[in-house]
Design a protein. Structure first.
Length: 520
């Protein structure tokens, strides 16, 4: 009993403090604005309608009730209800006191915006649901308490025997569907099934850019470029285990190679898109190789710090006034030409979407074959234990250099296409934050696999473009996502599986052996 009480109180305090923090950064009105758009309700002024903030508060309260009853010791329905209600009431008391404090600022016309920019008088009125301070505070406490009770009741209903049996039945049915789908992909007719799936995917790739429009093509292209970057960094970090923080420097090399060779200013070389792409990939790979030569003895944090310095050196050199005549300096390089194919300009948003999709397919094809090759197995051995890998005959220096060069080549390809598509590149586009974005997407999606990289790129680059209202909270979202991922799914949303290899010689020499596979 005491443990349930303590857990409910702790959960309520946590959610009450979370509510205070979200209000102080203006997150509640942002969510309210999104709900207003979702329901088609016009937003007058800069603050959302009161009912949308009531929905936001109720969702937070239900979450508190669910969290408080997740590990409840009293598994009866009244026990769940009591735990959820107590958690919501505790959060509501904190919300009540905080709302009274906001009301005092409003009544006494204390302008707090010099300390917290969001605390305008209109914002405080919206947070109090356009009521008097006392009524707004009481309504906040009431919503939290009622919503916490609902959350506890939901968990209680889920634990009723018949409901649990229904959930188990649904789960078993879902597992059966997944098993049948896997049997189709790996069974006797797997070739025809895969051809059909690839045909459907190719049709979608061809038709969707024609229907999306410029904005959605831009979003899809941005996600595709970050998929290429993620696959390249996965070779370095996910497969060979080398922590590189200055990865965006290779992206900058590809972008500036395209800009310098395919723009009228500053040198008017105008080599064309395709030679510039090839040279950008080669120069980025060569930079990775040259960077790796003096760093082969470094591991872990030391390697990360040195590569971080390399990335910043590249950015500062590109921004330097000394190199303005060569690189354009802080202004960057504009009017970068697009590709020409069979004598026709290939530079519309639809054309670039096709080009990026083709580059993603190429990068995924190369990555998949590298991962399943002897080279990929050597990288995995180095990642797990470099000393043991060296003792078993793996040339660790050569394979680590190869990983750096290939990962850098992927970044060079993405950078060249990026500069040509945007018709501009500048030093501020290649900052440390861009490297953090790429690392974040492979952590969130899952290191060492293609589906995880695609999902991570969409989650961290596609969704912020779609939900531009969250632009001011991008860093907060990244940090929260990484914390949640480390706690709930430390291997990513789609974790990679350890490869399994058949030992052919053993099967041939001992056909009756039941052990046909071995984990490596």
């Amino acid at each position: 009993m005491k443990q349930n009480l303590r857990q409910s109180l702790n959960t309520g305090i946590t959610f009450g403090l979370v509510h205070v923090f979200l209000v102080l950064i203006g997150f509640n009105t942002l969510i309210g604005t999104l709900f207003a758009k979702l329901f088609g309700t016009p937003v007058s002024g800069s603050q959302p309608p009161a009912f949308t903030l009531i929905i936001y508060t109720a969702i937070l309260g239900i979450w508190a009730g669910l969290a408080a009853t997740k590990k409840a010791q009293n598994r009866t329905l009244p026990g769940f209800l009591a735990a959820g209600t107590l958690s919501g009431l505790t959060a509501g008391v904190i919300g009540f006191l905080f709302s009274l404090g906001l009301g005092w600022f409003l009544v006494n016309r204390v302008d707090f915006r010099q300390y917290l920019a969001f605390l305008s008088f209109d914002f405080i009125k919206a947070t109090l649901f356009n009521l008097t301070p006392l009524l707004g505070a009481l309504l906040t406490a009431g919503i939290f308490t009622a919503a916490g009770a609902v959350g506890g009741l939901v968990n209680g209903v889920r634990n009723i025997r018949r409901v649990k049996e229904g959930f188990n039945t649904i789960r078993l049915a879902g597992g059966r569907v997944v098993y049948n789908a896997s049997a189709l992909l790996h069974g006797r007719h797997r070739l025809f099934v895969r051809i059909g799936l690839l045909t459907a995917l190719a049709a979608l790739i061809i038709l969707l850019p024609l229907k999306w429009g410029s904005y959605w093509n831009y979003v899809a292209g941005t996600v595709g470029l970050y998929v290429i970057l993620g696959l390249g960094l996965n070779i370095i970090v996910g497969l060979s285990g080398q922590l590189v923080l200055g990865y965006i420097a290779f992206f900058a090399i590809g972008a500036y190679t395209m800009a310098l060779l395919n723009s009228p200013i500053p040198h008017n070389l105008m080599w064309g898109f395709w030679p510039a792409v090839v040279l950008g990939v080669v120069l980025a790979a060569l930079a990775g190789l040259l960077l790796g030569l003096p760093l082969m003895r470094l591991r872990g944090d030391y390697l990360a710090i040195v590569t971080l310095g390399f990335g910043e050196i590249i950015r500062i050199l590109l921004k330097s006034d000394v190199l303005t005549d060569f690189t354009g300096g802080p202004r960057g390089i504009q009017n970068i030409n697009g590709p020409v194919l069979f004598g026709k300009a290939f530079n519309s948003d639809i054309h670039f979407t096709y080009l990026i999709f083709a580059a993603v397919v190429l990068a995924a094809f190369v990555y998949s074959h590298l991962e399943n090759s002897r080279t990929g197995r050597a990288w995995l051995a180095i990642r797990e234990d470099e000393t043991v890998a060296r003792a078993t005959g793996v040339n660790t220096t050569r394979y680590k250099l190869l990983a750096l060069a290939l990962g850098a080549a992927f970044a060079g390809l993405a950078g060249a296409i990026y500069a040509s598509r945007n018709q501009f590149t500048g030093p501020e586009e290649h900052s440390l934050m861009a490297s953090i974005n790429v690392i974040s997407l492979i952590i969130v999606g899952g290191m060492g696999n293609i589906p995880g990289t695609i999902l991570g790129a969409f989650a961290l680059k596609g969704l912020p473009e779609i939900l531009r209202e969250f632009a001011n909270y991008r860093l907060l979202t990244f940090g929260a996502l990484l914390v949640v991922m480390m706690l709930s799914r430390p291997n990513g949303l789609i974790p990679s599986r350890r490869p399994r290899y058949k030992i052919k010689d053993e099967l041939e020499n001992n056909p009756g052996s039941a052990e046909g596979e071995n984990d490596q």
